[in-house]
Design a protein around this ligand. Structure first.
Ligand SMILES: NC(=O)c1ccc[n+]([C@@H]2O[C@H](COP(=O)([O-])OP(=O)(O)OC[C@H]3O[C@@H](n4cnc5c(N)ncnc54)[C@H](OP(=O)(O)O)[C@@H]3O)[C@@H](O)[C@H]2O)c1
Length: 273
């Protein structure tokens, strides 16, 4: 793994005017830290923020892919795009990464956590090491990042922590309960963190997508019917601006999961979900 910060690029002011960029469309440009920036959902979201003239700090583990994403966002109008190559499983690196990101951005309006793995459910049922890896990437690394970020934002009394969990965390199912458990843990953590830092002026947004067309789902049966990543990204940007607590996206997943959560266990355990 490259050392944190070794992939950081200098500022790129593609507009030629920082003052204009800071107030494009009448709203102040955001300073956004994106963790797992090569994710399909994150990339689509960043494209919208770039078009609004945001400053973006992108962290991801695939250096080549990260540079492609960064170059695209610069062309789309981001005021500044910085990158850091880092494996987010390495929690010992988090404090250094996060301090470097907020120093580079000279502040923080939004921290967006998008990294995650689906994992191999069948393998995880047989081998705890596989299960542990899913829980580590989706839950433990997020808890580590959010512990630092929650304290940073609470101290400054501002900021939005936007985190991608999943509808899969709303109820355990036999087909993906390791992934579901990691996202259920994440959602519970986000609820508690919100309850703690809301009074400090910090927003904790729990994003719960249903199936979305990205690299993560490309090989799933029926994936062509999954939600469009651009539409999901637009809903996420709106929810961040509105400082919402929870976003089910697409919206119909809110009533669907309400029903799923209320199916009696004696019925649920007979279903093949
Ligand atoms: N797509 C869906 O249907 C769906 C539904 C609900 C929730 N979600 C959640 O949405 C988030 C984004 O997923 P996506 O759909 O955009 O899928 P994706 O394109 O596969 O993105 C997942 C990203 O996480 C990154 N990642 C995984 N482990 C990492 C690590 N240790 N360090 C750094 N980066 C790491 C991957 O990087 P590499 O490319 O280097 O592997 C990849 O860029 C995930 O949290 C996922 O669980 C997705």
């Amino acid at each position: 793994m490259a050392a944190v910060g070794s992939g950081v690029n200098g500022a790129q002011d593609v507009s030629g005017s920082r003052v204009q960029m800071a107030h494009r469309g009448g709203r102040p440009a955001k300073k956004v830290l994106v963790l797992g920036a090569t994710s399909g959902i994150a990339e689509a979201t960043c494209r919208i923020w770039a078009g609004q003239g945001a400053s973006l700090f992108l962290a991801g583990r695939n250096a080549a892919r990260l540079e492609v994403v960064a170059a695209d966002l610069r062309v789309r109008g981001a005021a500044e795009v910085y990158t850091a190559v880092v494996d987010l499983d390495d929690t010992a690196k988090h404090p250094e990464l996060l301090a470097h990101a907020v120093n580079t951005l000279t502040g923080l309006d939004v921290a967006y956590l998008a990294h995650g793995v689906l994992g191999d459910q069948a393998a995880a049922e047989q081998d705890f090491a596989v299960a542990e890896q899913i829980l580590h990437t989706n839950l433990i690394s997020a808890v580590s990042l959010l512990t630092w970020l929650g304290n940073f934002c609470a101290q400054r009394r501002s900021g939005v922590l936007a985190v991608i969990s999943s509808v899969a965390g709303d109820r355990g199912r036999k087909s993906n309960y390791l992934y579901g458990a990691s996202k259920a843990g994440l959602s519970a953590f986000l609820g508690g963190l919100r309850n703690r830092v809301d009074r400090e002026g910090v927003t904790v947004l729990n994003i719960k997508p249903g199936p979305v067309k990205t690299a993560m789902t490309i090989n799933m049966p029926g994936s062509h019917k999954f939600a469009d990543v651009g539409k999901v990204a637009a809903a996420i940007v709106k929810a961040v601006d509105a400082k919402r607590d929870t976003l089910y996206v697409p919206f119909q997943w809110a009533p669907i999961m309400f029903v799923v959560r209320h199916i009696p266990e004696r019925v649920f355990k007979k279903l093949n979900l």
